[in-house]
Design a protein around this ligand. Structure first.
Ligand code: NAP
Length: 285
């Protein structure tokens, strides 16, 4: 399928590169054009002047931008030129309501929308090993699967539109706890005077193994936090989770709330664009 990618940040650039390697990539667009020029030159695909141009050129349009309003802005632009039966796959993390609004906008043009948030970090995007959770019509997903295989190691259809994003909210709550716990534990180990390389090595082979320990303990122990996944973005996700919890009548989300509080502190201190592992900054004695 002629595939285009809108949004070439930490996630979108890796996805576009893997789509190119698999022979699917046809067009690119990024708001800051200079960030797309390298990739367009390397892949020799069409560098579009607008999301509207890209949408008119492609059968499958992958969107990876930051927040809810960004996704809706892109979908409204895409809707003005998208072909009948084209598929728009949104891999950004936004609310289920935003996914439903996006699907409604595109339905009026006879194009299709799937909410397809991903997990696996920027490493997963670079390596083509993302886990993708999908909301929307499964028959439409089946049409896109071969292409989406180039950027994923697993694709799971969760249910109707919005359910992919609801599943991603579950993922983000788990991640909040993992970042907090790994930061607290590594700080504890350092204070105990342990050789932390040995500690991470042995602990990551046991029951405490997890993605954050494997991929972000070195950031914490070196006190260096290149993004990655930005603090600002995870706080945006946890706000979505908290709103969903309120809507469902869940009042008590202590780990989520504690993490949000820590991220607010980091943002106040000027660390909002760092990787979320910078929560370790707040755990050191
Ligand atoms: P990022 O590196 O900050 O990149 C954001 C991208 O969105 C950039 O290409 C940016 O364009 C574009 N953008 C933002 N607002 C826009 C707008 N109004 N119009 C057009 N383009 C806009 O973020 P990222 O880490 O790739 O994350 C992208 C999405 O994936 C987010 O929803 C995030 O929560 C989710 N996600 C991230 C990770 C991760 O580990 N990083 C993992 C899973 C999911 P410019 O270049 O012009 O700024």
């Amino acid at each position: 399928m002629k595939t285009g990618v809108i949004g070439l940040g930490a996630m979108g650039a890796g996805m576009a590169n893997n789509l190119h390697k698999a022979g699917h990539l046809h067009a690119l667009w990024n708001r800051t054009r200079s960030k797309a020029e390298d990739l367009a030159g390397k892949t020799n695909v069409l560098l579009c002047d607008s999301p509207e141009q890209l949408a008119g050129e492609c059968e499958l349009i992958i969107v990876c931008v930051s927040k809810d309003e960004d996704v809706l802005e892109m979908v409204n632009k895409i809707a003005s030129t998208v072909s009948k039966d084209a598929i728009v796959v949104d891999t950004s993390t936004v609310s289920s309501d935003t996914a439903k609004q996006a699907a409604d906008i595109l339905q009026k043009t006879n194009a299709h929308f799937l909410d397809c948030p991903v997990s696996g970090g920027s490493e997963g995007a670079v390596n083509g090993t993302l886990a993708m959770m999908v909301g929307g019509d499964e028959a439409i997903l089946d049409r896109a699967r071969d292409t989406l295989d180039a950027i994923t190691k697993s694709i799971v259809h969760i249910g109707p539109t919005g359910s992919g994003q609801a599943c991603k909210a579950v993922n983000q709550i788990i991640c909040a706890g993992l970042y907090e716990t790994v930061a607290e534990a590594l700080s504890f180990g350092k204070a105990a005077g342990l050789d932390m390389e040995k500690v991470v090595d042995v602990v990551s082979g046991g029951a405490a193994a997890n993605w954050v320990l494997d991929n972000r303990s070195s950031f914490m122990l070196n006190n260096n936090y290149p993004p990655g996944f930005k603090v600002n973005l995870h706080l945006k996700d946890l706000n979505i989770c908290q709103q969903m919890a309120k809507d469902m009548g869940i009042e008590n989300m202590p780990i989520t709330e504690h993490t949000m509080h820590d991220y607010e502190k980091l943002i106040e201190q000027g660390f909002g664009e760092e990787d979320v592992s910078s929560v370790f900054r707040l755990k050191q004695s």
